[in-house]
Write a protein that binds this ligand. Structure first.
Ligand code: ADP
Ligand code: MG
Length: 915
């Protein structure tokens, strides 16, 4: 069991993450296809097979831990080292997958799941074994190892402007990688924290992640250039109870087995190559430097992954970088290793995704030889113990029959062995306690004050929406609402008018009534009436007085007569009496008449008053009427004005409608033109790509020929060899130029795509907003044109953009595929690799001469072209000046024309007024 070793290749899983917000916003399409039910990934025409594929139609990501990592955790308990590597370009989901980010994947990432599984297993085994766990968390940035669990160095490096400089602050020696005599790699000077609980281990992960984040000025920048390695060391002491069959008193101390195994969990730096087209060479340099680890890792993988090289025992360049030195055991060594290749499904990342898949595919070929790790001292001890037991058994067997001096010798030997054993035990003990002290110190340092700087992270909200482009929306919703408003207003106006008319009618009616009432009075001349009545009364008074006089005279006559009463007198008296009576009646009547006249007068007075009141009422009604009429007039005027302004607006809108129509036509033309241009460009790109493909394929076959040539023998006729070498060089140069061209087109194409996607996003937002009835805001950066489009035009534009995006996406993936292929070939030729088949100085000199000629020729051509360009530029300048001049002339002419027109109108007007 001691040398339980097995061959096992590095397992490789692919994790395809979903499209993320940024990519969606850029209008990216998915270009990664996962074969259903098979661990197969396809990009364009390339297809790869792996051990597992997760996400994007493959197995669910949640199955990753169980299938890839859980067996490694189990292996730890059997003493096998293990490594999990997350590889991929920045943003492909490495940190998410590992769970070393602070925000995301902290629950679902692999490391948290490893920790859970580890402690669960320890819980079930606790009664049989003793466990000791340690964790370390380091980061390799620019070939410097930084301790993420050392609060001192971390806080120092934070204050040092985030630059993870030398970790040698506060007297600590820098962390160094050491290799012990038995080939075990250790990190001297890094913090190893002893942990007992899940919570403690989680705290370490969190602290390390935090210091990784805060230790960099630009988190994304730095974490994408550094490798983070979280290492869990598991030590076990197994108690074996069953051994000592003879005396049944098992000696605890004698039956122990010690295992120690490490699990590296690695979040590698972003695998993307530094941008070639970047104008600053500095960045490129730095990029190469920073990615030294990955470069070396790639070379190690190549060396290990190529079966032929492996058989030939080719040197594996572990020592080229800190990363590969640290992972030496994990790659081709004593470890079970899983690589998780993370890729983005977006078309713009197709090239990097392809590179990642190729890299990961090579890693599959690496064979590791994991062995169980037992403590050396402990196995020595075990041997001694075995020997002791054997001797004791022998002693027992010989007891009695054996010569006493032999027994004596054996006893002496036993004593010696026991003493040695004791010594060794002592030593072991000492080692352990010393280590405990060191650990304790480490933990103490650990418990020092840690400054946490929580970085909030960017909140990407809707602020990023281009606020410019909602204007259309406003026009639309405004149009709608104002139409409604207009109808409402007209209706309201009609209603109001109606009520006003009614009111006016009412007033008029009342006025009429009052006036007719008044007429009753108005017909009679009251003064005359009074006069008349007064006169009548006077007359009556006079008459009455006369009648009374008559009566009085008659009465006196009667008395007279009564005194000289005789028949005649009697008769006269009777006549008088009669007359008197008639007079009396007359008087009475007159009195009555007078009374009735007085009554009439009174009545007249009363009615006068009523008339006056009526008059006042009429006055007030008239005033009301005037007021009302004024009001109506005013309102009508207002309404007229409003109507006029509406009409004006309507006219303007109609005009705008025409303008929109015009815009639409223009847009259509633009759509068409852009599409044509894009089509032409993609066709050109396709041609270049095809040419590159042909060249690459041709080179593949010629390389084969070459290798045959060089390993076999060169052609005896130097002449033809020279020609073939020249041809080969030409070919090489053409490939290089072609790669350059395709890459240039690729960059251009991705810029075009980004611009198209940008516009599409904005249009979609405008669309959404107008659907929701939001009012858009005015544009601020030239996108106002987009927001002023009519809904139809917008739809058309969106469809056209999507169409173009599809086209562009296909072209991009095609180019990426060939570029990645070229990259692959290039890798084999770096440095002197290109010239490997040049065996003779003569050949080399000839070729050099040829190259010199080519270079000189090229320079000359370049010079010619430069001169030509200069000339053309001069011509252009002349033309521009000419254009400017003629433009000025045109303006002048237009001005003159306008003035002349004005003069004519004035003349016409004055002549018209004369006649
Ligand atoms: P890397 O570490 O490779 O640079 P990250 O892990 O930081 O990449 O992931 C980049 C972005 O992609 C993050 O916003 C993350 O939330 C998201 N992401 C990565 N993988 C997934 C996934 N499997 N599911 C959902 N989102 C993911
Ligand atoms: Mg990351």
């Amino acid at each position: 069991m001691d040398t339980a070793s097995e061959n096992c290749s590095v397992k490789v899983a692919v994790h395809v993450r979903p499209l993320i917000g940024d990519e969606r916003a850029q209008g990216c399409k998915e270009c990664v296809a996962v074969t259903h039910g098979n661990p197969q990934v396809q990009i364009g025409t390339h297809s790869f097979t792996f051990d597992h594929v997760y996400g994007n139609g493959g197995s669910p990501s949640s199955a990753m831990f169980g299938e890839c990592v859980a067996p490694l955790v189990d292996g730890l308990f059997q003493g096998y080292n293990a490594t999990v590597l997350a590889y991929g370009q920045t943003g492909s989901g490495k940190t998410y997958t590992m769970g070393t980010g602070l925000r995301e994947g902290f629950q679902t990432g692999l490391i948290p799941q490893v920790m859970n599984a580890l402690f669960n297993k320890i819980e079930t085994l606790r009664h049989q074994m003793e466990f000791q766990l340690h964790v370390s968390f380091i980061e390799i940035l620019k070939e410097e190892v930084r301790d993420l669990l050392d609060s001192v160095s971390v806080s120092k490096s934070v204050t040092a402007n985030g630059h993870a400089g030398k970790v040698s602050i506060s007297g600590r020696p820098p962390i160094q990688i050491r290799e012990s005599s038995n080939g075990v790699i250790t990190l001297a000077g890094s913090t190893e924290v002893a942990v007992n609980t899940l919570q403690e281990m989680a705290a370490c992960l969190e602290q390390g992640s935090l210091s990784r984040a805060t230790g960099s000025t630009n988190m994304n920048n730095q974490s994408s250039r550094s490798h983070a390695i979280f290492t869990i060391t598991l030590e076990q002491m197994r108690k074996l109870h069953s051994v000592s069959p003879d005396n049944g008193t098992p000696d605890e101390d004698m039956d122990e087995e010690y295992f120690c195994a490490k699990l590296h969990l690695v979040d590698l730096a972003g695998s993307e190559r530094a941008k070639r087209t970047g104008s600053d060479g500095l960045r490129l340099k730095e990029g190469i430097h920073i990615n030294r680890g990955l470069l070396a890792l790639g070379n190690v993988i190549s060396a290990l992954g190529d079966e032929k090289k492996r058989r030939e025992g080719v040197h594996v360049p572990y020592r080229d970088s800190k990363l590969t030195r640290l992972l030496q055991d994990s790659l081709g060594g004593n470890s079970k290793t899983v690589m998780i290749a993370c890729i983005s499904p977006a078309d713009i990342n197709a090239e990097e995704s392809l590179n990642t898949l190729k890299y990961a595919n090579r890693a599959r070929n690496i064979q590791n030889k994991p062995v169980v790790n037992r403590d050396l001292i402990s196995s020595d001890m075990q041997k001694l113990r075995q020997q002791l037991k054997y001797l004791q058994a022998e002693l027992c067997a010989r007891a009695g029959g054996a010569p006493s001096d032999e027994v004596q010798v054996l006893k002496g030997r036993i004593a010696w062995l026991e003493a040695t054993n004791e010594d060794l035990c002592q030593e072991l003990h000492e080692y352990r306690s010393r280590r405990a002290v060191v650990e304790h110190c480490g933990t103490d340092a650990q418990e020092g004050p840690v400054s946490f700087v929580k970085s909030d992270g960017l909140k990407r909200g809707f602020q990023s929406i281009d606020s410019s482009d909602y204007q259309m929306d406003e026009a639309v919703s405004d149009g709608n609402s104002s139409e409604i408003e207009e109808v409402a207003k007209e209706w309201e106006h009609a209603l109001w008018q109606n009520t006003m008319d009614k009111e006016l009618n009412e007033l008029n009616k009342r006025l009429e009534q009052k006036e007719s009432e008044m007429k009753l009075f108005g017909d009679i001349d009251t003064e005359a009436l009074r006069h008349h009545f007064g006169k009548k009364i006077m007359e009556l008074e006079e008459e009455k007085r006369i009648v009374q006089q008559e009566r009085d005279r008659l009465l006196a006559e009667i008395e007279n007569l009564a005194a000289n009463s005789d028949g005649h007198t009697q008769k006269m008296q009777d006549g008088h009496t009669l007359k008197l009576k008639a007079l009396e009646a007359q008087i009475l009547e007159l009195k009555k008449k007078q009374e009735s006249q007085v009554e009439l007068l009174k009545q007249k007075h009363k009615s006068d008053e009523a008339a006056k009141r009526l008059q006042a009422e009429i006055q007030s009604i008239k005033a009301q009427k005037v007021q009302l009429q004024n009001k109506i007039k005013q309102e009508a005027e207002q309404f007229r004005q409003w109507k006029a302004s509406r009409e004006k607006e309507l006219l303007k809108l109609k005009k705008e409608g025409r303008k929109n129509e015009f815009e639409r036509h223009k847009l259509e033309a633009l759509n068409q033109r852009q599409k044509m241009v894009l089509q032409r460009k993609t066709e050109e790109a396709a041609i270049a790509t095809k040419r590159l493909k042909e060249l690459l394929e041709a080179r593949k076959s010629s390389a084969r020929e070459n290798s045959v040539n060089s390993t076999g023998y060169t052609t005896p006729t130097g002449q033809s060899n020279e020609k073939s070498l020249q041809k080969w060089l030409e070919h090489e140069l053409e490939v290089s130029a072609n790669v350059h061209e395709v890459r240039f087109k690729y960059e251009k194409q991705s810029q075009v795509q980004a611009a198209l996607a940008d516009e599409l996003t904005i249009l979609k937002q405008v669309d959404q907003l107008s659907l929701n009835g939001h009012s858009p805001q005015r544009g601020k950066n030239g996108h106002s044109r987009l927001s002023s489009l009519s809904p139809n035009a917008r739809m058309e534009r969106i469809a056209s953009l999507e169409n173009m995006l599809n086209m562009s996406s296909k072209a991009l993936v095609e180019m990426a595929s060939q570029l990645s292929e070229a990259e692959e070939r290039e890798r084999a030729l770096v440095g002197r690799g290109r010239w490997n088949h040049l065996r003779f100085m003569g050949d080399a000199k000839n070729l050099l001469q040829y190259m010199f000629n080519v270079a000189a020729e090229t320079r000359f051509q370049l010079w010619e072209k430069d001169t030509e360009i200069k000339e053309i530029k001069e011509q252009l300048n002349d033309l521009v000046a000419l254009l400017k001049q003629s433009e000025a002339q045109r303006k002048e002419l237009v001005k003159q024309q306008r003035m002349r027109e004005q003069a004519v109108t004035i003349a016409l007007a004055s002549s018209a007024s004369m006649t």
